[in-house]
Design a protein around this ligand. Structure first.
Ligand code: PLP
Length: 420
């Protein structure tokens, strides 16, 4: 089935009432038929609901639908995009290990990888997403994950999937792609050879800035890369916290299963059923919205490129953009609604961000309402000058998340702010 059909139907068999809309199963727990049923569920002899920290029927539809859209085999929802990224890392790395991360990533991912997990003994080694061959020099036997964004936020680079995947496969390391900005409607990293996909569902998934959430998707056949692979010993050895279960021996998608059984069990950042329901509503219109976000952003990028105060526009849909060829190769149907542009210095950027009326000054992306952000003073404020440069965030950079308003009105708003 095509995306637009999957987005509306995948993962939902109507319940006993024949309910057309997916119901919200607002419950903490589930009654077992008897003690044996309970024991079987805990022992994975039977699959079923135990407790909403681990699974929930509404969240299950969201997970199955998102997995179908990404071309994956299974997914696990989380309480935020950051929780999804942290769990993807924590599922493979422990003290003494390292992960290899693109320098150009969301500010929260930079602080998580550069600071927070360092305190857990996990080292992060950074590569320039525009120069993926750097990964070769960073890999050693303790490297557990290569993490990057398909379209980077806020520098708006496009990852060279072929180059990254070929190095990762040569060394038998898992790749993890944050596909938040592109969404599966425009880019499908699994079809490009990637292993794990993470998302902030807080963005385009509802498309209206309604709820914080995340999701991790796993490709089919991942067990072949993990089974017997010494990098991932804990998937191949008995898990003492789960009565000796060996994940790589199970006939089930092992990566997301371990996130659920170990990390959601012990750390508990699971989505609320109501939020999962909101994501399901959002997915139904995701394909249509991404087309409109993309065509509006392209028009606005063209306008900004011709404005005398604008030094540079970053949008992969522009023929002049350094990522245009990669975008043509890896994207289908548009280049999303995120773009950035550079003006002369911090004060000019702040003045412009203060002057728009329709573009609201907000730290979010992927909303129907257009958003203007000045990363150097907000999302990336905690980064050092060097980290800002590495992340591709000069002081005069402004990020726009182009919403679904009329583009003539949006261009009028920017014209007023730029000409003020
Ligand atoms: N990944 C990207 C690309 C993001 O832009 C964000 C948030 O802006 C996140 C992850 C974190 O997601 P959340 O805010 O849902 O934790």
């Amino acid at each position: 089935m095509k995306d637009q059909t999957l987005a509306i139907h995948a993962g939902y068999d109507k319940d006993a009432q024949g309910t057309m809309a997916v119901p919200i199963y607002q419950t903490t727990a589930y009654e077992f038929r008897d003690a044996e049923h309970a024991a079987n569920l805990f022992a994975l002899k039977e699959l079923g609901n135990i407790y909403t920290r681990l699974m929930n029927p509404t969240t299950d539809v969201f997970e199955k639908r998102f997995a179908a859209l990404e071309g994956g085999v299974a997914a696990v929802g989380t309480a935020s995009g950051m929780a999804a990224i942290f769990y993807a890392i924590a599922n493979v790395a422990e003290a003494g290990d390292n992960i290899i991360v693109a320098k150009q990533v969301y500010g929260g991912t930079t602080t998580l990888t550069g600071h927070t997990i360092k305190r857990f003994g996990i080292e992060t080694r950074y590569f320039d997403v525009n120069n993926p061959s750097e990964i070769e020099d960073l890999v050693d036997e303790k490297s557990k994950l290569i993490l990057f964004e398909s379209i980077t936020n806020p520098s708006i680079d496009v990852a060279d999937f072929d180059a990254i995947v070929s190095i990762a496969n040569k060394h038998n390391i898992l790749t993890c792609v944050d596909n938040t900005v592109a969404t599966p409607m425009l880019c499908k990293p699994i079809s490009l050879g990637c292993d794990i996909i993470v998302h902030s569902a807080s963005k385009y998934t509802t498309g209206q800035g309604l709820a914080i959430g995340g999701i991790i998707v796993e490709r089919d056949g991942l067990v072949k890369k993990i089974k017997g692979n010494s990098r991932y010993a804990h998937f191949n050895e008995p898990d003492e916290s789960y009565h000796g279960l060996v994940y790589s021996d199970l006939p089930l998608p092992l990566f997301t299963l371990r996130v659920r059984l170990a990390l959601l069990r012990d750390l508990g950042a699971s989505p609320s059923p109501f939020n999962s329901w909101l994501y399901i509503q959002g997915l139904e219109t995701l394909a249509l919205r991404m087309k409109q976000h993309s065509s509006s952003a392209l028009k606005i990028a063209g306008f900004l490129e011709s404005h005398p105060r604008v030094k540079k526009v970053n949008y992969p849909g522009l023929a002049s953009d350094k990522n245009h060829d990669l975008a043509l190769k890896y994207f289908d149907g548009g280049y999303s609604g995120l773009l950035s542009f550079e003006v002369d210095g911090l004060d000019s950027a702040k003045a412009i961000a203060n002057s728009t009326e329709i573009f609201k000054l907000v730290v979010n992306i992927g909303d129907s309402k257009s958003i203007i952000t000045h990363p150097a003073s907000t999302t990336h404020q905690q980064l050092s000058a060097q980290e800002l440069m590495d992340a591709g965030v000069p002081a005069g950079l402004i990020r726009l998340s182009v919403g679904l308003e009329d583009t003539d009105d949006l261009i009028g708003d920017l014209t007023k702010a730029l000409d003020a």
